[in-house]
Design a protein around this ligand. Structure first.
Ligand code: 13P
Length: 303
């Protein structure tokens, strides 16, 4: 039997051929079925993702619930399971048992994990990320780390977007990125270069996200020095031309949550089945028209 290609290799291949692997967040369990179906129907490779805040603030249940739903629905010709943001300090400034959560995910069989120590100073970010690399070593699970501030999940108000972009505040520093990757041995690096997360507080979560831009030159410079796949968080609402250029310059994974969550939340008052169809249609549109990656599974070595 042919050995299954792992997530590390898939994203590495994406970097090599300058395409991108989308990761879709699942804040409500019924959203998983239409995402898997849209990936399979278009022959596209994608990650099914859950972040800690999706079981604490939304309704994805738990690490275990997501994992068993994934086992029921997965299609390994196209999909892999990823644990998104497990913060060391969370969006409410609280400490998280991040090692315990990530160990559990590795034992459950998640294919890749993210540790997010980006709210800590560089040295501490390195220390926490290194610990997770140590935990993941035996299983061979790929580890994503984050450097720089991808804002938007926090409760407080954000500065006006244009001001934020112009100041470059919180953007990933090229030299620090080089040190971080060398010291931690992380497999994928999430960067901040104008991208922001969609809001998640109850008061703001249904608002339309601002249209973000990207400092693509910075992304290119980081990619040149770290030489590992870069990850673009806050994938909803970024102008297409910026996304395409960032993929040419080193982004190999893009995270998408708000773009599929909002249509689900809007339609679910009619019925879950209707909301699932809205998610399906949205994922098709993202794959075909926005990212233009339909059929990527073959190119990436999955099927
Ligand atoms: P968006 O909500 O902007 O799509 O961001 C998703 C994300 O980055 C999850 O990690």
């Amino acid at each position: 039997m042919k050995k299954m290609i792992d997530s590390r290799r898939i994203v590495q291949n994406a970097l090599k051929i300058k395409t991108v692997v989308p990761g879709f967040n699942i804040p409500y369990l019924p959203m998983m079925e239409p995402v898997v179906r849209a990936l399979a129907d278009t022959g596209t490779c994608g990650l099914i993702m859950v972040a800690r805040l999706e079981w604490t603030k939304f309704k994805s249940g738990s690490l275990e619930d997501i994992c068993s739903e994934y086992r029921r629905l997965k299609d390994e010709r196209y999909t892999r399971l990823h644990l998104d943001h497990v913060p060391v300090i969370d969006e409410d400034n609280l400490e998280v048992e991040y090692q315990e959560i990530i160990s559990r995910a590795i034992d459950l069989g998640y294919d890749s994990v993210m540790v997010d120590a980006s709210r800590l100073p560089l040295i501490e970010n390195i220390r926490c990320t290194e610990k997770i690399k140590g935990l993941a070593r035996k299983s061979g699970v790929a580890v994503e780390g984050e450097l720089g501030a991808v804002m938007g999940h926090e409760t407080g108000p954000l500065p006006p977007y244009e001001e934020l972009f112009a100041s470059g505040k919180g953007f990933t520093d090229v030299k620090e990125a080089e040190t971080f990757v060398r010291e931690t041995g992380v497999d994928w690096l999430s960067v901040a270069a104008g991208n922001i997360h969609g809001a998640i507080t109850a008061a703001k979560r249904s608002q339309t996200k601002v249209e973000a831009k990207l400092d693509v030159e910075r992304i290119g410079e980081i990619s040149r020095v770290v030489k590992i796949p870069l990850v673009l968080h806050g994938g909803t609402g970024i102008k297409n031309e910026y996304i395409r250029e960032s993929v040419r310059r080193g982004i190999a994974k893009i995270n998408i949550a708000t773009a599929i969550r909002q249509p689900y939340e809007k339609a679910v008052s009619v019925s879950v089945a209707h909301a699932q169809e809205e998610v399906y249609k949205t994922v098709l549109k993202i794959i075909r028209d926005e990212l233009e990656i339909a059929g990527s599974a073959k190119l990436l070595g999955l099927s």
